[in-house]
Design a protein around this ligand. Structure first.
Ligand SMILES: [Zn+2]
Ligand SMILES: [Zn+2]
Length: 249
C-alpha cells in the first residue's frame, strides 16, 4: 500500500491533503460531500481524507469510534465513485504510532479500503496502557514524541509524517537538543523516502517551528497539509498555503 501511494502524493497546491470529517468529535458538521465539493470549486485534482484513527475498544478521545470505521470508508468510497471523473478522493487515517498496536496497524494496511496512513504523533506510549497525555510534567514530552515518530517512520506503515515539527508544541525558543532531534527525524525520513508535512493548522495555531524546516535538505519531500476540520478551514488553508512563503514550491 505505502509504496504505491508514496509515488502518487505530490506537493501540488491543488491537492488538498489532510482533511478531517465530522466523525472525529472536534470538527464541524460539514459532510464528506461538502469538503469534496469545496475542493472541486477551488480547482483541486485530489482530496486526501485522513480523519483521526480509531483504536480497538475506543481507548482515546477526539476521534471516530471503532464502530464507525466501516461507515467512514464506505462513505468515502461512494465519493470516490461519484467524483471519479473530476477529483481523486483518497481514503486515509491519521494515527499515532503506539508500539502495542503493531498488529492493529498491520490489519489496517492489509484489510483493504484505505489508501494511506499518515503519522500524527499527538501523544506517545510510555509503557503498555500508559500514555503521555496522562503525565503530569509534559516539559520533556517532545523527546518521547520524537522517539515514537522515529519508530513510526521505521515501521513502514505510514506514507507521510504529519505536522512533523509539532512535537515541539510545548517548547518556546530553539536549542541544540531540539536541532539534534529534528535532524534525526529528517535523516530517517530521507533514508526511508517518506515526505514531511508542513501543516496549515500548526501555522494557524502558532505550533510551527521554522528552525525545523530550515534543516530539511532539498532531497526530502515536503508536502503541504491543510489539516481542515471544516470547509471554512479548507478554504482559508488554501489561501494561506498557496501564498505562504515558508512553503517550498
Ligand atoms: Zn483533529
Ligand atoms: Zn494531527
Amino acid at each position: 500500500m505505502q509504496h504505491e501511494k508514496e509515488s502518487s502524493i505530490t506537493t501540488g497546491t491543488r491537492e488538498f491533503f489532510h482533511v478531517h470529517t465530522s466523525r472525529c468529535k472536534h470538527a464541524s458538521s460539514d459532510t464528506d460531500d461538502d469538503y469534496t465539493e469545496a475542493a472541486l470549486k477551488l480547482g483541486a485534482s485530489k482530496i486526501v481524507f485522513t480523519d483521526h484513527c480509531p483504536f480497538p475498544e475506543n481507548p482515546f478521545t477526539n476521534r471516530m469510534d471503532m464502530e464507525q470505521l466501516p461507515e467512514y470508508i464506505h462513505s468515502l468510497k461512494l465519493l470516490k465513485t461519484k467524483y471519479e471523473k473530476f477529483i481523486d478522493v483518497q481514503i486515509g487515517l491519521e494515527t499515532e504510532f503506539l508500539p502495542s498496536f503493531r498488529t492493529y496497524y498491520e490489519k489496517l494496511v492489509e484489510m483493504g479500503g484505505l489508501d494511506l496512513l499518515i503519522l500524527g504523533q499527538h501523544f506517545y506510549e510510555v509503557e503498555p496502557d500508559v500514555y503521555s497525555f496522562s503525565m503530569e510534567d509534559k516539559h520533556n514530552e517532545y523527546i518521547g514524541l520524537a522517539k515514537a515518530t522515529l519508530q513510526g517512520i521505521k515501521s513502514g506503515y505510514f506514507s507521510v509524517v504529519a505536522h512533523s515539527d509539532r512535537i515541539f508544541r510545548r517548547k518556546t525558543g530553539w536549542d541544540e537538543t531540539m536541532a539534534g532531534i529534528s535532524k534525526e527525524i529528517i535523516d530517517e525520513a530521507k533514508k526511508v523516502g517518506i515526505p514531511l508535512e508542513i501543516n496549515a493548522s500548526s501555522i494557524r495555531r502558532r505550533l510551527y517551528k521554522q528552525e525545523f524546516w530550515d534543516l530539511v535538505p532539498p532531497e526530502v519531500k515536503i508536502i503541504k497539509g491543510i489539516d481542515a476540520h471544516s470547509v471554512a478551514e479548507l478554504n482559508e488553508g488554501f489561501t494561506k498555503c498557496h501564498y505562504c512563503t515558508s512553503f517550498r514550491k
